[in-house]
Design a protein around this ligand. Structure first.
Ligand code: SAM
Ligand code: DTB
Ligand code: SF4
Length: 333
């Protein structure tokens, strides 16, 4: 029998939950909502300014034609719903970064539809993009697939703030969504990022047909990374026509709230990012996510290939809730 209080026992001394099992995580996730919300808010208020939300801008610098078969992703050539495009130039990327900065974003995240990074001109160009974004005074994050130790070190040297590489789901559900690379491949890349001294951005997707236990197992794995990721993107599946997951029903927003609240309780210091899927969420559901611990969003009218709320809409939402954009961070997250 696992109770949520047993699950959090051990946290008094260190302020961190220790040695939780997956059933312990499930006990937290399943708490009556008022109690889950109360606990998540207490943790959030103890570790963060709860009125601040980090604004991250996202740009696809190399779109489509990816060799992986991730079932959710429109950029996989296995599903081919997004035609491959040439890689953007450094100038194009920096111009978008400047516009994002003027609109209020403090972090600029760049994605490439690659299975892994190959040394050569394309990687050199990414390094230039990172240097350029850092020169603007923004945090820089990239997501490029699998990395070698040497590539991680070069990204660190270029000034990269964070590397995004998601575990996506539980180890046991993973094989139902992706067959072309393993869970352990992903963990290895995360280790390499960590060893290079770059912050880790790692999270997942809900709404792919996984069970609640799968969600809890993902949160357990993330919280067990030592240290846990500095930022944890929680994506709601964007069911894109042409992908194997195109017909998945929309998630219940309260499941997203539970996922974020549980992430906040398990990873008190991390930034939890309310990521893909916000165009399908009401303002009220988003505000509930902020209350229980989400303190970062993707900001700008496009994610990688799909839509996101307009900047004006998001600024109005923050204002209506009495929240405000987080200032640029001295310590990276
Ligand atoms: N190719 C690189 C990789 O997968 O490591 C980087 C880009 S990839 C698009 C980054 C992450 O975006 C994925 O791991 C997944 O969590 C998220 N993502 C992709 N498509 C999505 C979708 N349709 N809905 C929600 N999240 C999605
Ligand atoms: C993450 O966790 N979510 C972002 C970012 N990391 C790279 C990507 C969301 C992609 C949503 C589908 C699309 O726009 O293609
Ligand atoms: Fe490729 Fe990343 Fe999309 Fe998977 S999620 S198909 S690796 S771009």
């Amino acid at each position: 029998m696992h109770s949520a209080s047993q699950a959090e026992a051990g946290s008094a001394a260190t302020g961190q939950p220790t040695m939780l099992t997956i059933p312990d995580v499930r006990a937290i996730y399943d708490l009556p909502l008022p109690e889950l919300v109360r606990r998540a808010m207490l943790v959030h208020q103890a570790h963060h300014d709860p009125s601040e939300v980090q604004l991250c801008s996202l740009l696809s610098v190399k779109t489509g034609g990816c060799q992986e078969d991730c079932g959710y992703c429109p950029q996989s050539s296995a599903h081919g719903s997004v035609p491959p495009e040439a890689m953007l130039s450094v100038e194009e990327v920096l111009s978008k970064a400047r516009t994002a900065q003027q609109a209020g974003a403090t972090r600029f995240c760049m994605g490439a539809a690659w299975r892994s990074v190959k040394d050569g001109p394309a990687f050199e160009r990414v390094l230039d993009m990172v240097r350029g974004v850092r020169t603007l005074g923004m945090e820089a994050c990239v997501t490029l697939g699998m990395l070698s130790d040497d590539q991680a070190a070069q990204l660190a040297e270029a000034g990269l703030t964070a590397y995004n590489h998601n575990l996506d789901t539980s180890r046991s559900f993973y094989g139902k969504v992706i067959t072309t690379r393993t869970y352990d491949d992903r963990l290895l890349t995360l280790q390499r990022v960590r060893r290079a001294g770059v912050s880790v951005c790692c999270g997942g997707i809900i709404g792919m047909g996984e069970s609640t236990d799968d969600r809890c197992a993902l949160l357990h794995t993330l919280a067990s990374l030592d240290p846990p990721p500095e930022s944890v993107p929680v994506n709601a599946l964007v069911a894109v026509p042409g992908t194997p997951l195109e017909a998945r029903p929309k998630i219940d927003p309260l499941e997203l709230v539970r996922t974020i609240a549980t992430a906040r309780i398990l990873m008190p210091k991390s930034r939890v990012r309310l990521s893909a899927g916000r165009t399908e969420l009401s303002r009220e559901a988003q505000v509930l996510c902020f209350l229980v611990g989400a303190n970062s969003i993707f900001y700008g009218d496009k994610l990688l290939t799909t839509g996101n709320p307009d900047c004006d809409e998001d600024l109005a939402l923050l204002h209506a809730a009495g929240l405000h954009p987080a200032p640029p961070e001295a310590a990276h997250a």
